[in-house]
Write a protein that binds this ligand. Structure first.
Ligand code: SF4
Length: 237
């Protein structure tokens, strides 16, 4: 794993790269909507999540219509994404649970509760996981959390920001220590872009990656000094 100084240098490179590619003007969403967006965003690019969330908002009258829709209708929203059926199932289960508890689709009163209490309540929903709770804490509850999905875990382990044997929850705790709260969202979107554009599971495109000079994996494989490859390769889905 990289030393603390190297990690900070690496993060500075990541933030500089992210500022060039990440659109920081993001739609502000209430808690319930942010939970649903998190469900779209886990293991997906921002473009994929925007498209899926946009489909849900445009093709259905309201959240109640989505709650009573069939899995097949909802799977269309997640077409081309990993685990489309599972995402649709979790979305229906979440809306059903919210409806049974609150008889309304509004979780904004969580914003008035303490952060820990709000996160605890969100985690109780069956559709919740560590990623979604962290996503809502970071984007709607004003807390410090770094959501870690599979691409984030893979990329941060290769970079040397976390230990390679850490799971998502352990990685989240390590990253929350390293990254200042004010840069949490930029980190999340920046690392997601690196993972999707370069740090593929198989045959990562290190020679074109803006982080290659600081990356453990690239150094171990003798790639950090290579020039940008001009070879075009189709991005795996
Ligand atoms: S240099 Fe390679 S391994 Fe390192 S972050 Fe970039 S694509 Fe991933």
């Amino acid at each position: 794993m990289a030393t603390t100084i190297n990690k900070q240098r690496l993060l500075n490179h990541l933030f500089a790269a992210a500022k060039k590619t990440v659109n920081v003007d993001e739609e502000a969403r209430p808690v319930l909507q942010q939970f649903i967006y998190g469900l779209c965003r886990e293991n997906a690019t921002r473009e994929q999540a925007d498209a899926a969330y946009g489909f849900l908002c445009e093709k259905f009258f309201d959240w109640n219509e989505i709650r009573v829709s069939s899995l097949r209708e909802l799977e269309e929203a997640f077409a081309g994404m990993s685990d489309a059926e599972m995402r649709a199932q979790r979305l229906i289960a979440f809306l059903q649970e919210v409806f049974e508890i609150h008889f309304a689709f509004d979780l904004d009163k969580l914003q008035k509760e303490g952060l820990k209490q709000a996160a605890k309540k969100l985690a109780r929903y069956q559709a919740a996981n560590d990623y979604i709770v962290s996503w809502v804490v970071q984007r709607s509850l004003g807390g410090h959390a770094i959501p870690v999905d599979t691409p984030t875990l893979r990329c941060t382990a290769r970079l040397g920001l976390i230990e390679s044997e850490q799971d998502e929850a352990e990685a989240r705790a390590s990253l929350e220590h390293l990254i200042p709260k004010a840069k949490g969202a930029l980190f999340t979107d920046g690392i997601s872009t690196i993972a999707s554009d370069y740090c593929w599971e198989e045959q990562p495109r290190c020679s074109a990656c803006p982080l290659r000079s600081e990356c453990n994996y690239a150094q171990e494989n003798g790639i950090e000094g290579m020039t940008v490859s001009r070879t075009h390769r189709t991005k795996p889905r």
